[in-house]
Design a protein around this ligand. Structure first.
Ligand SMILES: Cc1ncc(C[n+]2csc(CCOP(=O)(O)OP(=O)(O)O)c2C)c(N)n1
Ligand SMILES: [Mg+2]
Length: 586
């Protein structure tokens, strides 16, 4: 076994895992290893804030399917990453969070930047490797990289800073990757029989189809059945939008066509989706989930089978291999639904056309508060309506685009207007739902796929949380396009104050900052948009800057202050007060 230092063992194990990019901010805790990143072929991209680094690692791995790697200084550098690692967890991204820790000889004495770093990430990682002896550096490093892939989520590699030093004899472990299969024969046979007897089967194409590169297999199964395919919540890139059987996304601000069609299902094939609770809640005042339907759920993680929804058959398998195994079992068989293929195709086309028409006509929100905002705007600024802006952006999207969206009212409404032709194109904060997600994530995505146009969406509140990473784009030549919806309030949460708290606005207003000027001062380009007809040309110009001149451009779009349906209608209720002091607050 060759002699080396633990730093060398750590770096060589990353090399064995083909790591060439790490996001983070330097620190003394890992400087001995950092010193040899360059000769190892590893580029450490210094960011502005470590949360941005972990989001970048998430975006990087969501586009490429490779590991996203983050590193920071022990204590505060590491705690800055927690929010973003949680987002990566819910996106199932193979992010490896490297957390150098205080030295073993001082731990527990309350020294500088000392923290117990494993509990911080306990809930947001699939595996935590703690290097408990310098001789085991390569072993734990390798295991963190293996488990991030096999467990489909972030892992943490915790390294006491004194363990980078010394002399060890070690063989660098080679990566182990799982060879996944279609799932058990019995469950596949049972599922095929259910499908064969289904009258109105519907497929939900989920994140597993994206991550498993299984779109073609999903198409094959869908075409054999002539079944509608709906995207699971925020996985709008899991089926090509141009396909006649694509019916749009379920969930918050999703497609009414998708919801109406799945409501008719007698058999649902949930392919690569955990059927997360938020993603199947009633929307548009429709309780569309087909409670009497038989559900076939396919997930690579057995723990997701039947967790949220009652299922009839659970298949623990790879989305692509399972879809193919089902298609093979259906080959040459006459299916009950064959007889109605044409009429079902017509139903699908009709529902899709009705939803498109509704979207085209749905220019602005029509609740009393929004109407007041619209009226006020008509005599003051004359800014465009968010829905119209989103439609114009949709029309101006370049081919092969990657889009990330933030958390906010306009970003959520965007769900209806974001359609994709290929997987690994749409990145949202998933179930974690943190503001400040979209911009750093698209920077990581762009780093992994520089040949693809990259666009982030954010509201003015969320933008301000994350805009400092504009400097990362400028400093390190990672050109992206950032769309900022400027409506001068924390709209999404304010909507709850409109609906439930009698418009008693607390902490909801944002005063008007000049985000274009701020962006320019960070070295980026900026376009300010105040009229609808400027939206499309502004996006196109910004994409031209990104693709042909390697320039980051912020497209700041002023919008009316109207607000679409709120996020958590399901979880809020009208206030009740018992104390005299608060009696009017109902
Ligand atoms: C980190 C974080 N803080 C707070 C929230 C709660 N929250 C959800 S949406 C929202 C408002 C977002 O405002 P903005 O970005 O301006 O978008 P808008 O809703 O106005 O379109 C807030 C505060 C959150 N989701 N994440
Ligand atoms: Mg806002």
């Amino acid at each position: 076994m060759p002699k080396m230092t633990p730093s060398e063992a750590f770096v060589e194990t990353m090399v064995a895992n083909e790591v060439d990019t790490i996001f983070g901010i330097m620190g003394s805790a890992f400087m001995d290893a950092m010193d040899i990143f360059k000769p190892a072929g590893i580029n450490l991209i210094p960011v502005v804030h470590e949360q941005g680094a972990a989001h970048m690692a998430d975006g990087y791995s969501r586009v490429s399917g490779r590991h996203g790697v983050v590193i920071g200084q022990n204590g505060p550098g590491i705690s800055n990453c927690v929010t973003a690692v949680a987002a990566a967890y819910w996106a199932h991204s193979p992010v490896v969070m490297i957390t150098p820790e205080s030295g073993t000889l001082g731990m527990g004495l309350g020294g500088f930047q000392e923290a117990n770093q494993l509990p911080m990430f306990q809930e947001h990682t699939k595996y935590q490797g703690h290097v408990n002896h310098p001789a085991r550096m390569a072993e734990f490093t390798g295991r963190c990289f293996d488990r991030a892939m096999s467990e489909m989520g972030p892992t943490q590699l915790n390294i006491p800073r004194d363990y980078f030093y010394g002399e060890i004899n070690v063989d660098i472990p080679q990566p182990h990757r799982l060879d996944r299969g279609p799932g058990g024969t019995n469950s596949l046979d049972e599922a095929a029989d259910l499908i064969a007897n289904a009258k109105f089967p519907v497929i939900i194409s989920g994140g597993g189809v994206v991550m498993g590169d299984a779109v073609n297999e999903c198409i094959r199964l869908a075409e054999r059945l002539g079944a509608p395919v709906v995207n699971s919540y925020l996985h709008n890139d899991s089926f090509p939008a141009s396909h006649t059987q694509w019916c749009g996304p379920l969930g918050y601000q999703g497609s009414k066509a998708a919801m109406k069609l799945i409501a008719k299902a007698d058999v649902v094939i949930a392919l690569g989706t955990r059927l997360g609770p938020f993603g199947t809640l009633p929307q548009h005042d429709m309780d569309y989930w087909p409670s009497d339907a038989k559900i076939i759920q396919i997930d690579a993680d057995n723990k997701m089978l039947g967790l949220v929804k009652n299922i009839t058959v659970g298949i623990c398998g790879d989305a692509g291999a399972a879809a193919d195994a089902l298609s093979e079992r259906l080959e040459g068989r006459t299916l009950t639904c064959d007889a109605t293929k044409d009429s079902r195709a017509q139903t699908m086309a009709d529902e899709k056309a009705a939803w498109e028409k509704e979207l085209d006509e749905w220019i602005h929100e029509t609740d009393p508060y929004s109407l007041e905002m619209v009226e006020e705007n008509a005599i003051t600024f004359k800014f465009p309506h968010p829905r119209q802006v989103l439609r114009e952006l949709e029309k101006a999207m370049p081919e092969d685009v990657m889009v990330s969206t933030d958390i906010g009212n306009i970003n959520s409404v965007a769900n209806s207007y974001l359609r994709f032709e290929k997987p690994r194109s749409f990145f949202a904060a998933m179930s974690w739902g943190n503001c400040g997600y979209a911009f750093p994530t698209i920077i990581g995505a762009k780093k992994a796929a520089p040949e693809r146009p990259a666009i982030s969406y954010a509201g003015d509140g969320a933008w301000a949380m994350s805009m400092v990473e504009t400097m990362t784009c400028v400093r390190h030549d990672i050109p992206v396009t950032a769309v900022v919806f400027h409506n001068k309030h924390w709209g999404a949460e304010k909507k709850n104050q409109v609906d439930f708290y009698d418009r008693r606005f607390v902490a909801a207003e944002l005063t008007d900052q000049d985000f274009s000027a701020i962006a320019k001062s960070m070295g980026a380009e900026a376009i300010t948009v105040t009229k609808l007809e400027e939206v499309g040309p502004a996006l196109k110009k910004a994409i031209d800057m990104q693709m042909n001149h390697k320039k980051t451009c912020i497209v700041e779009i002023y919008c009316t202050r109207e607000l679409g349906d709120p996020f958590r209608k399901d979880a809020l209720s009208k206030p009740v007060r018992y104390l005299e002091k608060y009696k009017d607050y109902i």
